[in-house]
Structures are given as C-alpha cells and as structure tokens.
Write a protein of this length. Structure first.
Length: 577
C-alpha cells in the first residue's frame, strides 16, 4: 500500500519510476504507537544492467503534524549532498504561519545518516531539525538493546513536541513580552549608547551617549529577545530590525556591560530562561565532524575572499598597531614562527599538528626540515591543503589526514595546535589534553594558540547556548587559562610553563578581515551567499573584534612541557606580550 500510494502521487506529478527502487526513512512502531514528524522517500529509476540501483529521480518529504494531517513535498536535489528547497505549504505548528522556505539537506543514507531541515522566514532561520546516526546491523541483540535504552521512543517524540510548544508559548507570552520591553528599555537607558528606539516622530531616545544603535522595529526586536535572549538579539540584527553605525563599538559596550542588561536578582534564576545547548552538538567522535564542517566547509572560495594569501584563519602578531591589510601575511608568519619556536621545531622534528587549516603552518614547519603529521575534520580544507603542499614540493614531508584528534597514533617530538581547543567542547577538554600527553615523546613540547576568556566568565557561560554556537561554531566553547592549567595538572604529566597574550593583535586581525569582507560583498553574493548570510558574518566578525578589543576575550600562545622538565608557572591569566 505504501508503494502504490507513492506511485500514484508521483504519477500525478509526471514521474514514472518504472519499477525502480525506493528507500524509505521512517520511525519504527513501538508498543503499537508511531509518530513520524517526517518520512522521506528516495526514489530511483530502474536498476542498471549490472544490477546496481538506478539514478535518483526525486525525493519525497512527507510532513506529519500533531493534528493527524500530512503533506508531501516533491524535491529534486541538485547536488550530491541532497540539498533542495521548497516553499512551505502546510500548517505544522501554531508558532509559524504557512509561509517561508524549507531548505533541506537530504543525502541518501549510507554508513551514516545526516539530514537537516531548516525553515527560513523573513530572511531569518526560524527552525532547524537534524537527524543523525550511524548504521548498524539489525540483529536481535541490537534491537533489544535499542528498545531497552529507549522503550517509549515514539511516545517521547510526541510528548517532547507538546512540551516544547508549551515552553515556547510561555517564553513568547504577552506578560513575558511586556516584561521584556520594560527590562530592555530600562537597561538600554543606563548604557553608554545613543539608542534610537523606533523611527519617525514617535521614536524615543535612550542611553547616556556613545555609539549609535537604532532599533527599527521595536516590537520584533523585543519579541525576539524575550523568546531567544542574546540569540534573539543576533537574529534581530540578521533580520535588519536594528542597525549600528559602528557595530564593533556598540557590541563592545554591550560586552563590557553585559551583566547590567539583566537585573541582579534575575541572575540567580538565569538557567530558567537560558536556552540549552542541543545534545546533537556534543563533540562526540560522530558529531565533531559535522560541527567542524558546518563552518569550515562553507566554501574555500569564501574564506579566500577575506583572508590574506597565507589562508591563515587565526589571530596574527603585528609589529605595530594599527596595521594595514598588506602587513597581514608577514604578521601571520610571525605568529606561526613563534609557535614553532616555542615547540623547538627544526630539522628532523616529528611534528603533530591538530587542526590543519589550509596548511600554512605545515608548510612553514616542512620548510624548517620537520616531518609533519597534520589532522583535520574539514574535507574542503584538506583538499586545498594537499594541493598547496604538493605545489610547494613538500609532499614527502607533510602527511595530511582526515582524522579526529582522538584517533591519532604515534609519538611526536612536538605538538602544535592553533585555535583548535575552542572547537573541542568543555566536556572533552580532559580527553584532548590526555591525547596531547599520550602522543608527546619524552622531552617534547606542546605549543598551543588558544582564544581564552576570564575564568569566572567561562564558568558563568559554560552551560549557555549562544548565537555564536547556534550559527557559527556549533559545539564550541572558549576556555580560560586557569582551566588549561587545572586540566593539565590534574589529568596529565604536562605543565603550563609559559603564556603570551596577543588580544589587541587579534582585534586588529578581525578588523582587517571584516573590512575586506565588506569590500567584496558582490563576490560573496556571486558565490551564492545571500544578504542574511552576509549580515550574520558581519555580526560574527564585529562581535569577535569587540571581544578582543575590550578584553572580554584574549588569545594566548601557551607552552606545555613534561612535569619533570617544567618550571611551575604563576596561576594568572597570562602575562602581556
């Protein structure tokens, strides 16, 4: 009956599979109950003469709502990763009207299952659903284990949807919106900002002077923040509901006065309204690749538009500040050389690099005569790094692996990692340092470049879910220098013996990147990235610049050595460069 109904639906749209195979993805019935929010059908043409599955003709996405209704979307993915989009035509949730666009990524399942459905409305991503998994044998033992671990899985889906709906209603209810407006206007009026609250003759002026923030749509601005907190604040910028003449300056004021935005008594119950980090973004071995690829596999061409010729995507070290863009390549090499010097990389050194980037550090190390093993989870970065290494003539000295740091084997005289620990996630920091400890040969050195934040701020935000995590770096978490010291002291034989700070240099690096990105907006558009993406990226770069400029964030080059070779370092957040 399923196949007959599908064939009738396809025939009505002029598609005949001629007996070809169909793969269906659905939730299994459990204890007589089933609820499939989404059922997918990958529809193929006739098998080939050799017996292999025929070409993919289309994908049918059947959406089910909680009212017992269903609707089919006929999709024709244009790329191998199953990307497709379609206008929304079916009422699913009381929180969304029937408008907007579904953007889907529906690659046919193989050894891994990795699907994503996004709903974009009014230029903003309003909803995201993901389904991920790893294929395993459907043995009786495996099925019994799954049933024991999740005995009421289908009922849990239905219950979870309804509980989430109640939570969304409570967060967006009129009393909360009114309270949000009162708190926002009161907080903004105390900040060193010029705030234009609304447009036209009825617009108000708030703040005590400083950089300008103009709220264009006050109702939407308040509603987003009432529902989404600081994530809503970022989404409101993406939707053009507020503007700033000097965006880094405005964000710098907010970063410095963040605790004033919420009255002190409410900080004690912060967890009641903070969004929780999705479990799917935990940096397990399976999910870490997805989190890395979300950002770094956007497009090599995109990054090349605003990075310098070294394709180095981390903070540089300049000779003097401020700097110009043409000083950036030398500043990036200065940063890399300082790290390699810290690790004492030279002729014959067996070097492990965790986080390849586009290969510039590996090239500099190979030029010194080192033998480099470098690992990354970004397929796009690895492909370009391989090309660059081969072109430089160092293919015999550099081994680039698409590999998780936890799967690295061997022993190395030096280990270097540039701004990789931020992608590990706090839950997995102990394992990250344990890997460094296991892989370092006797007498070796570890040189890390890490973005850091003050320890108390790290503790206060450790369980929060932020706009940066949702849109830019899923699964990310910035450590403090004290956390690095504590973790290495308690879980490894490594000791922190030196740290050098370069926060203002990172702010300047980001200023140059952001200016370059803005100059090449037309080329960003030509790559297929829309205006919402450009505003998202603009906010990300400006927010990061403001963080380093105000001291909310810092960047440090850290040296770790074995306990028997180390001199204890003072317990500080680092010494000035």
């Amino acid at each position: 009956a399923l196949r007959a109904g599908l064939d009738r639906y396809l025939a009505a749209h002029g598609i005949d599979l001629a007996g070809g195979r169909v793969l269906m993805l659905a939730h299994a019935r459990v204890l007589g109950h089933v609820f499939n929010p989404l059922t997918l059908y990958w529809c193929h043409g006739p098998d080939t003469d050799s017996g292999s599955t025929g070409d993919l003709r289309c994908v049918v996405a059947e959406v089910h709502n909680t009212y017992g209704e269903r609707h089919c979307y006929l999709l024709r993915p244009e790329a191998a990763d199953g990307r497709a989009e379609t206008p929304k035509e079916f009422y699913v949730s009381p929180f969304f009207t029937v408008d907007g666009t579904y953007r889907m990524r529906l690659p046919e399942p193989g050894a891994r299952l990795d699907l994503a459905v996004h709903l974009d409305r009014e230029g903003v991503r309003r909803f995201t659903a993901t389904v991920r998994g790893t294929r395993g044998p459907a043995t009786a033992r495996a099925l019994l284990r799954a049933a024991a671990r999740r005995p009421f899985s289908t009922l849990a889906v239905s219950l979870g949807i309804r509980l989430h709906g109640i939570r969304l209603w409570a967060r967006g209810s009129p009393p909360r919106a009114l309270l949000g407006r009162l708190l926002l206007t009161r907080a903004l009026d105390r900040l060193p900002l010029h705030v234009a609250w609304g447009e036209g003759p009825e617009g108000r002026r708030l703040g005590k002077g400083g950089p300008w923030l103009r709220v264009r749509d006050t109702d939407a601005f308040v509603r987003r923040i009432a529902v989404g907190g600081l994530i809503g604040f970022g989404e409101s910028y993406m939707a053009r509901e507020w503007e700033a003449e000097d965006l880094p300056a405005v964000l710098g004021v907010l970063a410095q006065h963040l605790t004033q935005l919420v009255p002190a008594p409410l900080h004690r119950v912060r967890r009641l309204w903070d969004l929780r980090r999705p479990a799917s973004e935990r940096n397990t071995v399976e999910a870490a690749r997805d989190n890395i690829q979300h950002h770094y596999d956007l497009s090599n061409d995109l990054f090349a538009l605003f990075l310098d010729e070294t394709l180095t995507y981390s903070g540089a070290v300049f000779r003097s500040l401020p700097a110009t863009f043409d000083a950036l390549p030398a500043a990036q090499h200065r940063k890399i050389d300082r790290l390699l010097d810290l690790a004492r990389v030279g002729p014959g050194t067996r070097l492990l690099e965790i986080g390849t980037g586009w290969g510039e550090l590996a090239l500099r190390a190979a030029a010194r005569g080192a033998h480099v093993t470098t690992v990354t989870l970004s397929a796009e970065q690895r492909d370009l790094a391989l090309t660059r290494v081969a072109h430089a003539g160092y293919a015999d000295r550099v081994d680039i692996r698409l590999c998780d740091y936890r799967d690295v084997s061997g022993s190395y005289d030096a280990i270097v990692s540039v701004e990789m620990i931020e992608a590990v996630g706090a839950e997995f920091w102990p394992e990250y340092f344990a890997v460094l400890d296991r892989r370092l040969a006797p007498g070796g050195r570890v040189a890390l470049q890490a973005i850091t934040m003050p320890h108390e701020r790290m503790r206060a935000t450790r369980s929060s879910y932020t706009w940066i995590q949702k849109y830019i770096f899923p699964g990310g978490m910035i450590p403090s220098l004290r956390a690095v010291d504590d973790l290495t002291r308690t879980g490894t034989t490594l000791r922190l013996v030196r740290s050098d700070r370069y926060g203002p240099h990172y702010a300047e690096t980001l200023r140059l990147w952001r200016a370059r990105f803005a100059e090449r907006a037309d080329q960003v558009d030509a790559l297929g990235f829309d205006a919402v993406f450009r505003r998202m990226w603009d906010l990300y770069l400006a927010y990061s610049e403001a963080g380093f400029a105000t001291g909310y964030l810092d960047v440090q080059q850290i040296l770790l050595k074995r306990e028997d070779a180390a001199v204890p370092a003072p317990r500080t957040e680092g010494s000035p460069a």
